[in-house]
Design a binder for this molecule. Structure first.
Ligand SMILES: NC(=O)c1ccc[n+]([C@@H]2O[C@H](COP(=O)([O-])OP(=O)(O)OC[C@H]3O[C@@H](n4cnc5c(N)ncnc54)[C@H](OP(=O)(O)O)[C@@H]3O)[C@@H](O)[C@H]2O)c1
Length: 274
């Protein structure tokens, strides 16, 4: 057995949808031996004899995990390790297997479509019962081009909330921004595409540089007058959005911008004014 194979071991994948398909493509590209792959448990069961030394990845919908785990618990022999891909679920859902297999989680923080591998550089949050199972998961994450990060089970909800805050909540801000542009006379589709591009360029900057350097816009420029003008317009016609604008701009001023204290105070005064 080669050193790399010994480090990461054989794998098997149950569920060949968006995440399972991507994982299989990643393992194939990285030449990780896949001893079984199946859409459904009945098909996987036919390969049961090949699974003893494998890490089995459960790439099934989160809500299907308890049922799949209950069915696996009835197997006379289990794979060496059983690992789920969910970002939201902890290790507790795998507990019925814990006496007979190592259990773990392996969450690629990316939007996957099952047609290509997990993108290179994707953060892969893992946790496991047992140091050797954990080391195997970290090695597998690295081997498929990911960036492994150990996220302990008790920090899992925070981790997942962080992903939602940064990954999904900006869509609410996009919605609000599109509405303002439409009100200003821009056709809705044009507005959506233009603002999505703006968001992407901001995200691209944030990937390359510290947030204080990546930030653009009035807070980054220390432009208190523009903040005040925006807030006068929003306070008049969109008071709920004005509250959001103030709250989020305060985070930019206080925690992101890196401005000196006098500039921060000037911007804070503009945000406080009504
Ligand atoms: N999609 C992502 O971007 C992404 C990213 C990171 C993590 N994840 C995680 O990956 C896991 C799978 O998500 P997914 O997006 O890949 O789901 P998905 O596209 O719906 O694929 C689910 C797969 O599981 C199979 N499956 C096996 N047993 C099942 C059962 N009892 N009920 C329903 N389906 C069953 C399905 O079979 P059929 O093909 O026969 O329906 C399908 O191949 C979830 O834990 C999710 O949180 C997803």
């Amino acid at each position: 057995m080669s050193g790399r194979r010994a480090e990461s071991g054989d794998v098997a994948v149950l569920g060949l949808g968006k995440a399972g398909g991507a994982l299989v493509a990643s393992f194939e590209r990285a030449q990780v031996p896949i001893v079984a792959r199946a859409r459904r448990l009945a098909a996987l069961a036919r390969r049961r004899g090949h699974l003893d030394s494998a890490t089995l990845f459960l790439a099934v919908p989160d809500e299907a995990l308890p049922g799949v785990v209950a069915a696996l618990a009835a197997w006379p022999a289990l794979p060496r390790a059983v690992v789920h891909l969910s970002g939201a679920r902890g290790l507790d859902v795998l507990e019925p297997l814990a006496a007979r297999a190592a259990i773990g989680s392996f969450h690629p923080l990316a939007s996957l479509d099952g047609r290509g591998p997990v993108p290179a550089g994707t953060l892969i949050a893992w946790d496991a019962h047992g140091a050797s199972a954990g080391a195997r998961l970290a090695a597998l994450a690295r081997r498929i081009g990911g960036v492994p990060a150990h996220v302990r089970d008790d920090a899992r909800t925070l981790y997942h909330a962080g992903a939602v805050v940064a990954g999904n909540l900006p869509v609410a801000l996009l919605h609000e921004g599109v509405s303002l542009l439409v009100e200003a006379g821009v056709p809705r589709t044009t507005a959506r595409v233009a603002l999505a591009r703006l968001l992407r360029s901001q995200a691209d900057n944030a990937e390359r540089r510290a947030l204080s350097l990546a930030l653009s816009g009035p807070v980054a420029r220390g432009d208190a007058d523009t903040l005040a003008r925006h807030l006068r317009a929003l306070d008049r016609d969109h008071p709920a959005l004005a509250r959001l604008y103030r709250e989020l701009s305060r985070v930019l001023v206080d925690d992101v911008s890196g401005h000196d204290a006098p500039t921060k105070r000037r911007l804070a005064r503009a945000l406080a004014r009504r």
